[in-house]
Design a protein around this ligand. Structure first.
Ligand SMILES: Cc1cc2nc3c(=O)[nH]c(=O)nc-3n(C[C@H](O)[C@H](O)[C@H](O)COP(=O)(O)O)c2cc1C
Length: 406
């Protein structure tokens, strides 16, 4: 396992030496990157000796690109290469300053540029004076990072180097190492899965220009796709109308209507080891949509018929061992409705969410709900859709959920 350890300019920088040793004791290769501030506290030589690796300190003076050799392809853009090669990135200690820069997407030194280029899990271990930690700016920045799926470890409470007592101590190196290893493991814990995910809202034509649609943004399905890919899964993403941009790196199938979504899902079903239906599929379609635009009249009556129940059909037609997961967006009694749908549709797991609550569900970047299976029910507290997607993936990894093991 390859760990990138970013050391920032705080008094606890010396403790990153102990973390380097702890990570190596657990079998990791450690590449240390220091900010200019960190070099005021500890020398790169300390980390070079402890990690048995050259320490990286500058965006402008790459240590590993062999330009002098003159070989074609000998030059790498180092911050990109480093970000791509590793399994996990940990910032310890993370200063108030660096946390702010990370939250706002700065890339003006080597460590911040690597953080931005990295698609790997990021673990942040803050360490600072208690007032700096409790400052609303720091707390807001930490919350931003948390909502993006960054893991925050600590800080602990106690005597601080500044002489004050309170929150701000760097978490213990063993605790940080535990989180780093767990985060790295997550990058491959779904490597054997092919996950079919549906997202967005279907549109049922009324005439040449009008349709029956819904407010789904696609963000929940896209967050699930990102979380699954980050854990090594192959993702087939079937998406209808969305307001968000779909993530790169998965197989995309674009559909418009419920009937098209049904066809695409049933076609792809044999390839999937897991199916997560997060799309908002219209319950009704117009019996005979008009080919031309309807003229405006004082009243219009549309004859509607039910669309196919894709979830139920997919559950019936799945091969043994394919885990079926549905979403139930409800405005009343979401948990009871979720339980009923779980039974009636013959699926393994359902995520019930209350879309009547402001600031969550449709159109929102946040969501909350209850994950329900035959085994148990778990609350998913209000969080970003990405954080919720991670919790759902953690739950789905439990193989005992599979009713018909492969
Ligand atoms: C003696 C001393 C100790 C410091 N300790 C901390 C600290 O523990 N945490 C912190 O966030 N900032 C601390 N600072 C402030 C940072 O060094 C400063 O914000 C710096 O710009 C951080 O740079 P960096 O985030 O790029 O590493 C300290 C400064 C000094 C002079």
């Amino acid at each position: 396992m390859k760990v990138l350890l970013g050391v920032c300019g705080g008094i606890a920088a010396y403790k990153a030496g102990e973390l380097t040793r702890e990570l190596r004791r657990r079998g990791a290769t450690v590449q240390v990157i220091m900010t200019a501030g960190a070099e005021h506290f500890v020398t790169p030589l300390t980390f070079a000796a402890l990690s048995s690796n050259q320490v990286m300190t500058s965006l402008w003076q790459p240590v590993n690109s062999d330009v002098a050799s003159g070989e074609p392809g000998a030059f790498d853009i180092e911050h990109i290469r480093v970000a791509q090669d590793a399994d996990v990135l940990v910032l310890a200690p993370a200063t108030a300053n660096f946390i702010a820069r990370l939250a706002h997407g700065f890339a003006d030194d080597l460590l911040s540029a690597i953080c931005l280029a990295a698609k790997i899990p990021i673990v942040v271990a803050p360490a600072m004076n208690v007032n700096m930690w409790l400052h609303p700016a720091t707390q807001a920045n930490i919350e931003t990072l948390r909502q993006r799926g960054v893991q925050i470890v600590g800080p602990g409470s106690g005597d601080l180097a500044c002489g004050m007592v309170g929150d701000g101590r760097l978490a213990e190196p063993t605790e940080i190492a535990d989180h780093v290893l767990a985060a790295a493991q997550r990058t491959s814990d779904m490597a054997n899965e092919t996950i079919l995910i549906t997202a967005g809202g279907t549109r049922e034509p009324i005439d040449a220009v009008r349709f029956i649609g819904n407010r789904s943004s696609g963000k929940m399905g896209f967050a699930l796709a990102e979380a699954a890919m980050a854990r090594g899964a192959k993702v087939i993403l079937i998406h209808a109308a969305t307001t968000a941009a779909p993530p790169a790196g998965c197989e995309h199938i674009h559909v418009t209507t419920a009937a098209q979504m049904e066809r695409a899902v049933l076609e792809q079903l044999p390839r999937a080891s897991m199916v997560i239906m997060a799309a908002a599929v219209s319950d009704y379609q117009v019996v005979s949509p008009h080919a031309q635009k309807l003229k405006k009249t004082t009243a219009l009556t549309l004859e509607l018929t039910q669309t196919p129940d894709i979830l139920r059909q997919a559950a019936q037609q799945r091969r043994a061992g394919t885990l079926m997961v549905g979403f139930a967006a409800e405005t009343e009694h979401p948990v009871e409705e979720g339980r009923r749908k779980l039974r009636e549709k013959g699926i393994d797991v359902i995520v019930a969410n209350d879309v009547s609550q402001p600031g969550q569900g449709f159109d929102s970047d946040q969501n909350a709900g209850t994950i329900i299976s035959a085994h148990d029910e778990r609350m998913l507290p209000l969080s970003s859709k990405r954080v919720m997607a991670e919790s759902i993936m953690d739950y789905l990894r439990t193989t005992s959920l599979r009713l018909n093991p492969r």
